[in-house]
Ligand binder design. Structure first.
Ligand SMILES: *Cc1c(COP(=O)(O)O)cnc(C)c1O
Length: 395
């Protein structure tokens, strides 16, 4: 039997120990924790909807009408009018014939892939895809082939080398840890040439990019033939909880028959669906949120360039600052915390070895002044770090 404490100690020594911070109150750009208020730059709540009065009021209405829980799986007795209407609204939003609600994005990816693939099939995935897409491949029993990040040419080479069979190509729309956008206009024709189904997980694109927030697939002008499997999550820009897969009638019917993470689990509370419908209305109507978010990102990138901070080439609200080793990411995160700024360090295995980072994210609820506060704090903690290093070198 492995000694767990020894393994935990080793993890801690490597700067890879994970722990939670208790947040006391609603999500927002300021959060309370252990009696102190922090300015947060690490949530995926890109549009400021998690505590929006209309969304919260809809949640209350949903509770009054449907009670707390759904009581059963969708196929048993748990599928309410609230779920059904939300599915129709989401399908219309992403301009696909149908959408199917899942409890989480993780479950959508696992269930979707396992429903479409089996032993003997092949799934081609971008090297930096989200963990749930990689785990989905594993659960499906298909052979996983990883292609170079955002490289349609490499994907094509690997498709050419594969023996005939059932192929699925899966990619994040916006990459969750780097913030760059998949080259969907290049991937789609490659997938089509090799009769591979293309699945895009747009967890960080929906609500944030594309016309009226329709995401990176709509921004690339791709329809449901070119991207037959579209995954969206509702816990990020939408500010609530859950996920969906959108596509053709046949796709959704196949998922209903075969997606085990959908069949064998309790339907989400209907009130969540009512709240999400309200959030969707704000997502579609409030173009100003996306515009403001873009302005904040531009302001941050300009300020960071002036400070000489090397940022990734990301046009989205995900603006990682690569620190390299995990220990440095932890130290900077801790120093920022002391300045009242919350940014969690992201370390391997979530990101590749040697690319630990501060994953800085912006929300439409941030102000320009708050972006300036962040830049000042980054300047201060990095200057302090440099001074300490110089001091150590002298000793
Ligand atoms: C967050 C995320 C998921 C998981 O969604 P949950 O609803 O949080 O389970 C899936 N894919 C990507 C790319 C994500 O970033």
């Amino acid at each position: 039997m492995r000694d767990l404490q020894t393994l935990l100690d080793a993890r801690r020594a490597d700067g890879l120990y994970r722990s939670r911070q208790v947040i006391d109150g609603p999500q927002g750009v300021t959060v309370r924790s252990e009696g102190r208020e922090y300015l947060s730059f690490c949530s995926n709540e890109y549009l400021g909807l998690a505590n929006h009065p209309e969304v919260v009021a809809a949640f209350h209405r949903g509770l009054d009408e449907f009670g707390a829980g759904s009581g059963a799986a969708h196929l048993v007795a748990g599928h309410t009018r609230a779920h059904h209407e939300l599915e129709e609204e989401l399908a219309a939003f992403v301009q696909r014939p149908r959408a199917l609600l899942f409890s989480t994005g993780y479950m959508a990816n696992l269930g979707g892939m396992a429903a479409l693939l089996g032993r003997g099939d092949r799934v081609f995935e971008d090297h930096t895809n989200h963990a749930s897409l990689l785990d989905g491949a594993r659960l499906s029993g298909a052979r996983l082939v990883r292609y170079r990040h955002a490289d349609a040419g490499d994907l094509e080479q690997r498709l050419l080398r594969a023996p005939d069979g059932e192929f699925l190509v899966a990619t994040d729309g916006v990459f969750s840890m780097d913030g760059d956008i998949a080259p969907l206009c290049e991937l789609a024709p490659v997938a089509q040439r090799h009769a591979a189904r293309l699945m895009v997980d747009d967890a960080h694109g929906l609500g944030v990019t594309g016309p009226h927030g329709r995401g990176s697939v709509a921004a690339a002008g791709l329809d449901s033939c070119q991207v037959p499997v579209l995954v969206g999550t509702l816990g990020k820009a939408f500010g609530t909880f859950g996920a969906f897969i959108a596509g053709s009638d046949e796709l959704v019917e196949t998922l209903i028959q075969q997606a085990r993470t959908w069949i064998y689990t309790t339907a989400p509370p209907p009130a969540v669906a009512v709240a999400t419908s309200a959030a969707l209305r704000r997502v579609m109507a409030d173009d100003w949120r996306r515009k403001h978010l873009q302005d904040l990102v531009a302001r941050f990138r300009a300020g960071a360039a002036q400070l000489g901070l090397g940022l990734c080439d990301s046009p989205t609200p995900i603006q990682p600052l690569i620190t390299g080793d995990a220990g440095r990411a932890m130290r900077l995160s801790k120093a920022l915390c002391e300045e009242g700024i919350l940014i969690t360090a992201i370390r391997p295995p979530t990101v590749a070895e040697g690319t630990a980072r501060l994953r800085i994210t912006f929300s439409a609820a941030h102000t320009e002044a708050q972006v300036d506060l962040l830049l000042d704090a980054l300047e201060k903690v990095i200057a302090t770090e440099c001074a300490e290093l110089a001091h150590k070198a002298e000793l």
